[in-house]
Design a protein around this ligand. Structure first.
Ligand code: AN7
Length: 351
């Protein structure tokens, strides 16, 4: 097996790379595209899951972060800053640490999952938890970056979406063409924008014959695009997509309209049931926000959009271990027993 290449090297011809860009990597990209064994049966489609939780910090953010950080280093930046619902900050902290930049992250207090906080801490980021929302954190980050020499690595940094579009390339490279439908969670709306760009560019380069319908899903209490208005106090169990005023709003709407897709909402109950279904039926543990894509698939299929015979990809944007609290919150506690064979056999109905 060869030394890992990373997104910059593998897709350099499609990325804004110059002779001076450092070709850094932490092993991002090249994530698995795994065929469904159970869920696809109900809908008669050919369903695949793109496991973005297999990136080095456990989410798709690494694809964009590697480009943003490479360009920051190239430009002589010493520090990066982001607002985050958790995954962007974990990724920024990792790439900042790995490539010699100070990392500042601003998060909504109590609003990010435990695993993501653990990552920012261990990678050595300086962390500010504000008494406010992600949207307020992002607005503060914009102002701070105008006043101080720090590079923003939220998706308002154009290099982020450039990197994230490589996931669309990988899907086409794996399937030989674009799928018919792509289901994806929507928070700050950068990822749906980036995927659409990737599919369009690959199609333009003759690497795909078609482009997919882009099917984006917001959580019910955080669905500004669906409702057509900013949500001041967004709510949802899926903390990653608890965002009320997405930075890439227009990009998401364009992706929806140009692709003939839709952006709809799913309830927290639908998200949690898709989260469990994915784990129990497929053996895939995504974080709650990721399950919004699967919840969306189930919703539209039950509403009557026929997926029969179609190629469908669901993006599992982040790893389930990011959010252990949600995982065990409503779980039955383990059965506690003495270290005794017969008692265990009885409890497991093996007697
Ligand atoms: C697992 O980390 O916004 O629509 O600050 O972590 O591109 O925002 C995370 C978003 C989906 C939504 N799934 O993607 C952040 C942040 C997971 C995520 C999304 C996020 P965008």
């Amino acid at each position: 097996m060869a030394v890992t290449k990373g997104v910059l090297e593998r897709y350099r011809e499609f990325l804004p790379i110059t002779a001076k860009t450092p070709m850094i990597t932490l092993g991002e990209g090249d994530t698995p595209l795994v065929r469904s064994r159970q869920i696809e049966k109900e809908f008669g489609c050919e369903l695949y899951f793109k496991l973005e939780g297999c990136n080095p910090t456990g989410s798709f953010k690494d694809r964009g972060m590697v480009v943003a950080v490479a360009k920051a280093v190239e430009g002589g930046s010493r520090a990066i800053i982001c607002a985050s619902t958790g995954n962007t900050s974990a990724s920024a902290a990792a790439y900042g640490a790995g490539f010699g930049l100070s990392t500042f992250v601003i998060v909504p207090q109590g609003g990010i999952a435990l695993g993501k906080m653990a990552q920012a801490v261990v990678y050595g980021a300086r962390i500010i938890a504000i008494d406010g929302s992600f949207d307020q954190a992002l607005s503060l980050v914009r102002t701070l970056s105008q006043k101080h020499p720090v590079t923003v690595v939220n998706s308002i940094n154009p290099y982020r979406l450039e990197g994230q579009k490589t996931a669309a390339f990988e899907i086409v490279d794996a399937l030989g063409d674009a799928p018919d439908y792509l289901f994806i969670p929507v928070g700050n709306a950068g990822n749906i924008t980036a995927y659409w760009r990737g599919f369009v560019e690959y199609h333009g380069a003759g690497k795909a014959k078609s482009t997919p319908r882009m099917m984006g899903f917001q959580a019910e209490g955080s669905a500004p695009i669906v409702q057509g208005k900013v949500i001041e106090e967004p709510k949802t169990i899926a903390s990653a997509i608890r965002i009320g005023n997405p930075a890439s709003w227009e990009g998401a709407v364009a992706a929806r309209d140009e692709s003939g897709g839709l952006i709809d909402l799913v309830t927290d109950d639908e998200i949690l049931s898709a989260y469990r279904l994915l784990a129990r039926e497929e053996g895939i543990f995504g974080e709650p926000a990721s399950a919004a894509s699967v919840a969306g698939l189930i919703k539209v299929a039950r509403q009557g959009i026929s997926l029969k015979g179609k190629k469908v990809v669901c993006i599992i944007t982040g790893a389930g271990l990011k959010d252990p609290d949600t995982a065990i919150k409503d779980a039955e506690p383990p059965i506690e027993l003495a270290a005794e064979l017969s008692a265990i056999e009885q409890a497991l109905d093996l007697s």
